[in-house]
Write a protein that binds this ligand. Structure first.
Ligand code: HEM
Length: 422
């Protein structure tokens, strides 16, 4: 059982400062608990944009903190749209070239793109990846096992999701490190370690996005000449069948895929390992009956971790949500981390329970609707195989240092966490 949370008042909660996101987790949890209890629909100002991001400070947003309102907004995409942006600030036009993929589109454009790229995520396509997932997980442990200790995040949690996305797309192994570094910049924009103070954030993000887009464009040029058995070739084939994907759509889809599929799964694995170390009874219980418990354990890890903290929607017309009037054009922010701790849905929400039922209620992959995580089944499989490999190969693995958290109100990240085994 986790320690009880301190009691805070909703009126004292300010989500819009970097300091809020630098506080220890129990204080942040207590702030969201106060909002759920006292102010389920509260209006917040936006972050002050850093001086080198030439964005006007936005008009503010409604914070959706309870499970019910998050579900309602997520599932009514015609009233709460994604096409006007899914990050809290409106991003500048120049970002759209690399970061304007389907996650920030509405129907019918979104549906058309999603239909095309879904061919990489069918049960058959995932079945074909199964061997690679198993082999890559084994290799990850092979690389470190003789050392007896390593950094869990960069050496165990990070390689598998990254290598699988590169395998899917047909990116050569020599480029995986490059992809890793560029996605760190894109998703770690608020953290000085990835973008040192004094670096222009806008330039850093655009440069990283362009580098990934260039890599994809080069690969596409090769695959046009000689197609292979990979998703890049399949997407180019879709083009030939009349469902054309422009060069820009292909490149920004790739940027979305590496950003959405990499860090999220890495962080879920790292938070999961931390939770299993903090709650050794749960770890023993899972180890004793791994296959049977795996489905609920994985959902619980995603609920516990909530690797994506929020996404935004915009009201397309005047409406009402959670008893609150929301006017056309107003922003609403879906705080998945908070919905995943909602006492109305999860009994004893601060307890890590690997057999929690029913756990499909968890909203770490999104809360339903057209944008629900396309890679959820792949992520579930990667996590299951990674924890199974750890259980079999390094059962005594324990956390010995850290975790060192990412400073972000968007990605619940762990940058480093030392571990050792006998
Ligand atoms: C534990 C790991 C993961 C988590 C927690 C996660 C979470 C999410 C969330 C919250 C969304 C937005 C849902 C919404 O707006 O309704 C999303 C969308 C998406 N995810 Fe994931 N994700 C994970 C892994 C992956 C993987 C492995 C891939 C692909 C390789 C992936 C690809 C995508 C794509 C393409 C979208 C956009 C879908 C759309 O707009 O239609 N994700 N994910």
């Amino acid at each position: 059982m986790a320690a009880p949370l301190p009691t805070l008042r909703a009126a004292d909660v300010d989500l819009s400062t970097p300091e809020f996101w630098m506080q220890p987790a129990p204080l942040r949890e207590a702030a969201f608990a106060a909002l759920r209890r006292e102010a389920p629909m509260s209006f917040h100002k936006e972050f002050e944009p850093p001086p080198d991001l030439p964005l006007p400070r936005g008009p503010g947003y409604w914070a959706l903190v309870r499970h019910a309102e998050i579900l309602e907004a997520s599932r009514n995409a015609d009233v709460f749209c994604s096409g006007r942006g899914t990050n809290i600030p409106d991003l500048p036009e120049s970002f759209k070239e690399f970061f304007g993929s389907m996650i920030s589109m509405d129907e019918p454009r979104h549906g058309r793109l999603r239909r095309i790229v879904s061919r990489g995520f069918t049960p058959r396509a995932l079945g074909r990846l199964e061997d690679a997932v198993q082999r890559r997980a084994r290799q990850t442990i092979d690389r470190v096992i003789d050392k007896g200790r390593c950094d869990f995040v960069t050496e165990i949690a990070a390689p598998l999701p990254l290598e699988i996305i590169c395998d899917m797309m047909g990116i050569p192994e020599s480029q995986t490190r490059f992809v890793f570094e560029k996605t760190n910049v894109i998703l770690g924009l608020g953290d000085p370690e990835y973008v040192p103070p004094g670096t222009n954030l806008m330039v850093a993000a655009l440069t990283a996005g362009k580098a990934l887009a260039d890599l994809m464009n080069d690969l596409a040029a090769e695959r046009r000449k000689s197609p292979q058995d990979d998703l890049t070739s399949a997407l180019l084939e879709a083009e030939l069948e009349g469902e054309s994907l422009t060069q820009q759509e292909l490149a920004s889809f790739f940027v979305l895929l590496v950003a959405a599929g990499n860090e999220t799964t890495r962080n879920a694995i790292s938070h999961g390992m931390k939770a299993l170390s903090d709650f050794p009874d749960e770890r023993r219980r899972w180890a004793a009956d791994f296959e049977r418990i795996a489905p609920t354990a994985i959902e619980e890890i995603v609920r516990w971790a909530s690797p994506v903290i929020h996404f935004r929607r915009t009201a397309t017309r005047d409406t009402e949500l959670g008893g609150q009037k929301v006017r056309a054009g107003e922003k609403v922010v879906l705080w998945y981390n908070s919905g995943n701790r909602d006492e109305r849905v999860f009994v004893d929400p601060y307890r890590f329970d690997i057999t929690r039922e029913p756990n499909p209620a968890q909203i770490g992959f999104g809360a339903g609707g057209p944008h629900f995580c396309l890679g959820a089944n792949l992520a579930r499989r990667e996590m299951t195989v990674m924890f199974d490999t750890i259980r079999q190969r390094v059962p005594s693995l324990r956390i010995t240092g850290g975790p060192d958290y990412l400073q972000s109100g968007f990605i619940n990240g762990i940058k480093r966490m030392q571990c050792a085994w006998d």
